[in-house]
Design a protein around this ligand. Structure first.
Ligand SMILES: *Cc1c(COP(=O)(O)O)cnc(C)c1O
Length: 217
C-alpha cells in the first residue's frame, strides 16, 4: 500500500475533479479489499466517507483487529449464509440482487439500508437484477422492511466510453424514476464519467491505494 500522505493528496485531487463535474454531493467509498486493515485508518484520515469490502471472511478478520473508523459497506457478491456474521458490522449493503439475500438481511438486520444492484450492461458475467425485474425486487425489499436508498451498478468491462455512459445514465434514470436518491457507480477507471452521469457514491480502490497485489481483487 502506498504512503498515507499520498492517499490524502489523492483524495483531495479526486474531490476537486468531482467539484468540476457536478454540484451533487458525492461520497467516496474507499475500497480496501485485499489491503491490510491499516488501510481503514488511512482512508478515514484522508477524509473518505465510507469503507467498502467485498469478501465476508476478510471483513470478519479485519473487524477482529479494528472497529471500522467509517461506515462499512459490503460491496461484493453476497451469499445468504454470510449475512448473519456480517450484520453487526455493515451499515450499507450494496449489491443486493436476490430475494433470498433480501430475506436474510431483513431477518438478521431488520430495516437495514440497502442498494439494489442492477445489471446495466447485460453482460452475463455481472451480477445484478435485469432492469425489467427491478420493480419486483424493489417491492420485495420494501415488503421485507428494508430501507432502499438507491441503486448500484458496475460499468462494462473493457467498454467504450459510450457504453459506460449508457450504463451509468440508465442507472441514474432507473433511480430517478423510482424516487431513489443514491446511485453507487464508478470505480478507479471510470469514476469521472459516472459522476458526470449522476453518481452519488463512487467506489475507489486502486486510484487511492495503488494496485492490489492479491489475485483476489
Ligand atoms: C474492487 C471493486 C471496486 C474498486 O475497484 P478499483 O478499480 O480498484 O477502484 C469497486 N467496486 C466493486 C464492486 C469492486 O469489487
Amino acid at each position: 500500500m502506498i504512503d498515507p500522505s499520498e492517499v490524502v493528496t489523492r483524495v483531495a485531487t479526486i474531490r476537486s475533479h468531482i467539484a468540476e463535474l457536478t454540484d451533487r454531493s458525492v461520497s467516496i467509498v474507499a475500497v480496501t479489499k485485499t489491503f491490510p486493515v491499516a488501510s481503514w485508518r488511512v482512508a478515514a484520515d484522508a477524509g473518505c466517507d465510507a469503507l467498502g469490502e467485498n469478501y465476508a471472511q476478510e471483513v470478519l478478520a479485519k473487524v477482529e483487529e479494528m472497529a471500522p473508523p467509517l461506515p462499512l459497506h459490503f460491496i461484493g457478491a453476497l451469499q445468504s449464509n454470510k449475512v448473519r456474521a456480517l450484520a453487526p458490522h455493515i451499515s450499507l449493503w450494496q449489491g443486493v440482487d436476490r430475494v433470498s439475500v433480501i430475506d436474510e438481511i431483513a431477518r438478521r438486520a431488520p430495516a437495514a439500508s440497502v442498494l439494489l444492484q442492477v445489471n446495466t450492461t447485460g453482460e452475463e458475467s455481472k451480477s445484478g437484477v435485469a432492469p425489467h425485474d427491478l420493480d419486483a425486487l424493489h417491492h420485495s425489499a420494501q415488503a421485507a422492511g428494508l430501507s432502499v436508498l438507491g441503486l448500484m451498478t458496475l460499468g462494462p468491462t473493457d467498454g467504450s466510453p459510450s457504453q459506460m455512459r449508457d450504463a451509468f445514465t440508465s442507472l441514474r434514470r432507473l433511480a430517478d424514476e423510482r424516487g431513489l436518491v443514491e446511485c453507487s457507480m464508478g470505480m478507479s477507471g471510470d469514476y469521472r464519467l459516472a459522476v458526470e452521469c449522476g453518481a452519488t457514491m463512487i467506489r475507489l480502490g486502486s486510484v487511492l491505494f495503488g494496485q492490489r497485489s492479491s489475485s483476489m481483487g
